[in-house]
Design a binder for this molecule. Structure first.
Ligand code: IVH
Length: 687
């Protein structure tokens, strides 16, 4: 008999060939894998404390997929492999909730809480009331049913009595357990309530993508979550980083709790994610302090909350207090000040960003939105500005979500009021007057080297660490150089004297000399770095290296035809076109010539060695090396035919560990991959 496998602490990923497995053996391994993967999902998504590396996890996951493929009779809806989503549905089914999903009575002011507190005290016939305090999550409320510890069904709140069956979508959320932890102790039936939400970062990324595609951005994370959760294709839902917090038991069999706090504790034991901010209080003062503390922390949390929820702790008292029509008398939502306000739009201006992107911006009559004065709000792009159709003089609703740039949500109609002209994107760049071009949903000023905001961005990029690495040429200095007219293109950098630099804000003799020297020292750049530093659209470090290795000299690259560029592996047509256009553009030709006259001599790439001693070898770097920056080390490997990748996998040949290595070193050890220190790495390079 094969010993029972445990995939929890230190899982072995050596597996038997699938063809050699008997049925029972396969079933046992599948069960063990599912339990192990669920355990690691819990560690990762709920506790935020993973105990195995991504690559080991991936291998467990793939093994399970492989076994389910080979033994379809053991497939299950509740297998972790189903988290990647299933085939689209035609529609969502309506389901009845286990118990009514009530809503909360909401208060905005301290007085409303005082009243609530008084009425609870009277009913309880007790001066002291114990409360549980919770954040009020700004997401979508769901019911999830577990039968015998297994996920059975999940639904939206709907009208409180009936909701929509979104089981498949909920299964894709890593923090939603498919099987509860502590299998010995879970109840035969459990219906829990929680809030699904899209963390701030995921919300911003989702909206960025939507705007780029020309779709309407979601007004807030709650709408975004609602929209995603009701999608019919769970494979798409699986792509969003949805998360969840549980906060209530709707119904349970075989167990009773005296307090809400005990309920929460038990939910956590079962692996259901509970927000760590949950707290207890027994006085008005403590409740008010919690409201204030969370209100202050609000912007720093990775998810949106819009108030606190105050719940009576004693469950016997819940019974006694009862419910109103739709909300219980034992709980209260005490909201924070709104982050939406209405104000007057004064003007729409167009802002040019560092990359040349044009953004319509609404200038507003300043208004206090949740403690921050807002006088500008973004309209994203022309499509959005048109859709919202806001014009000077209009009343508009403004929203601010955490650290996101305030946004114009919508126009507040004022019937009968005469309105100004509709907004139109200018045909010419408002900064430099160049004819604007269209790129997808955006308008872009193509005058990259001369248009002021773009020039500032470019100069800053040129001097940045992985480009020319000019110490002291930060964003502020770049701005000052451009605004004082000292630099009108990249070539001007090399014409700057120490006296010129002394004109900069807060720059004294020593700094000026150092900066001057730092610039002059970059006069013999290597081709790959120089190409990257030029900031050609779509040419990042990797593409710059590929181009430099292929063409070896700036001259050869400049003369390359579009077809030569397109023929290169790893260089798509878009990149090829961008490089070609860059070197054709008259202004760029002029600037490059001038750089040359000022002494900039771009070094040819060393001839790629004929023999590629590291051909096909994959490297992963972790920690910092003394003699190389990360990108230098990667280039060294690539010059010899090797490849640098970012994570350890079964295909990795070497892991190079410098000072303070990260978890990749552990991965390498687990996987038995050869580990090199810096000296051994250098030896390998010079061999
Ligand atoms: S308890 C009967 N706790 O706020 C009590 N709700 O109407 C049921 N919400 O629809 C709700 N955070 O979606 C509770 N910690 C929390 C909550 C919370 C957010 C939502 C819930 C509800 C809405 C209020």
């Amino acid at each position: 008999m094969t010993p029972k496998r445990d995939f929890k602490k230190n899982p072995s990923t050596k597996f038997k060939d699938v063809d050699d497995l008997g049925k029972q053996e396969a079933k046992d391994e599948i069960d063990a894998l599912r339990e192990g993967i669920e355990f690691h999902d819990h560690k990762y998504y709920v506790e935020n404390d993973p105990v195995i590396s991504d690559s080991v996890y991936d291998r467990l996951f793939h093994r399970l997929q492989e076994l389910e493929e080979a033994f379809p009779e053991y497939r299950s809806e509740n297998s972790p492999t189903r988290r990647v989503g299933a085939e689209p549905l035609d529609e969502l089914n309506r389901v009845e909730h286990t118990a009514p999903m009530l809503s909360l009575h909401a208060a905005l002011e301290q007085e409303a809480f005082d009243e609530f507190h008084e009425s609870v005290r009277q009913q309880a016939k007790n001066d002291t009331v114990h409360y549980v305090l919770e954040p009020k999550f700004d997401g979508v409320s769901v019911e999830i049913i577990y039968e015998e510890g297994h996920f059975k069904e999940g639904s939206t709140r709907g009208d409180g009595h009936h909701g929509e069956d979104i089981s498949r979508n909920l299964r894709t959320i890593g923090a939603v357990p498919l099987t509860l932890q502590e299998p010995e102790r879970f109840p035969p039936f459990l219906a829990v309530r929680g809030e699904v939400f899209l963390p701030r970062e995921g919300f911003q990324a989702t909206n960025r993508e939507r705007v780029e595609r020309g779709d309407k951005p979601y007004a807030n994370p709650r709408n975004a979550t609602g929209g995603i959760l009701r999608r019919l294709e769970s494979k798409i839902v699986a792509r969003y980083p949805l998360d969840v917090f549980f906060y209530d038991i709707l119904k349970i069999q075989g167990q009773e709790f005296d307090t809400h706090w005990d309920e929460l504790r038990q939910l956590r034991e079962w692996g259901l994610k509970i927000d760590p901010h949950m707290a207890r209080a027994s006085s008005k003062k403590d409740v008010a302090a919690y409201h204030e503390r969370l209100g202050a922390e609000r912007d720093d949390l990775p998810y949106e909350i819009d108030g606190i929820v105050i719940k009576v702790d004693d469950k016997a008292l819940w019974e006694q207090l009862g419910t109103r029509h739709r909300s219980p008398r034992w709980a209260l939502a005490w909201k924070f000040a709104s982050r939406e306000e209405i104000t007057t739009l004064e003007e729409v201006v167009v802002q040019v960003g560092r990359t040349g992107k044009l953004t319509p911006v609404a200038l507003l009559q300043p208004v206090d939105v949740g403690g921050v004065t807002v006088s500008r709000a973004t309209l994203h792009n022309e499509g959005e500005a048109r859709r919202k159709d806001v014009r000077p003089g209009d009343r508009v609703r403004i929203a601010r979500a955490g650290d996101v740039i305030p946004e114009v949500v919508e126009r507040v109609p004022q019937p009968g009021k005469e309105r100004a002209e509709a907004f139109r994107m200018p045909r010419k760049c408002p900064v430099c007057g160049t004819e604007i071009v269209r790129e997808g949903a955006y308008h872009v000023c193509p005058n990259g080297l001369r248009c002021q905001p773009q020039l500032i961005g470019r100069i800053f990029h040129y001097g940045s660490r992985s480009a020319m690495d000019i110490e002291g040429l930060g964003e502020e200095t770049a701005r000052d150089l451009v605004e004082k007219g000292l630099v009108t293109d990249l070539a001007d950098l090399y014409a700057l004297s120490v006296d010129d630099l002394l004109q900069l804000e807060g720059v004294a003799e020593k700094t000026a000399k150092n900066l001057h020297e730092a610039i002059q020292e970059t006069k013999r750049p290597r081709l790959d770095r120089f190409l990257y530093a030029l900031g050609i659209r779509h040419v990042g470090e990797r593409v710059a290296t590929i181009l430099a290795q292929e063409f070896q000299s700036l001259d050869r690259l400049r003369k390359a035809g579009l077809d030569d560029l397109k023929r290169m592996p790893d260089v798509g047509p878009e990149i090829a076109r961008s490089v070609h256009t860059f070197f054709e553009e008259a202004e760029n030709v002029r600037v490059l010539k001038r750089m040359q006259r000022l002494g900039v001599d771009v070094q040819d790439m060393p001839e790629a060695p004929k023999r590629q001693p590291l051909q096909g070898k994959r490297f992963v770097f972790t920690g910092s090396l003394e003699g190389y920056t990360r990108s230098e080390a990667e280039q060294a490997v690539e010059r010899l035919g090797g490849r640098a990748t970012s994570s350890v996998s079964g295909e990795t040949d070497y892991v190079v560990a410098g000072e303070e290595p990260g978890s990749k070193l552990d991965d390498a050890k687990t996987e038995g991959i050869e580990i090199l220190d810096e000296r051994q790495f250098e030896e390998l390079l010079s061999r």
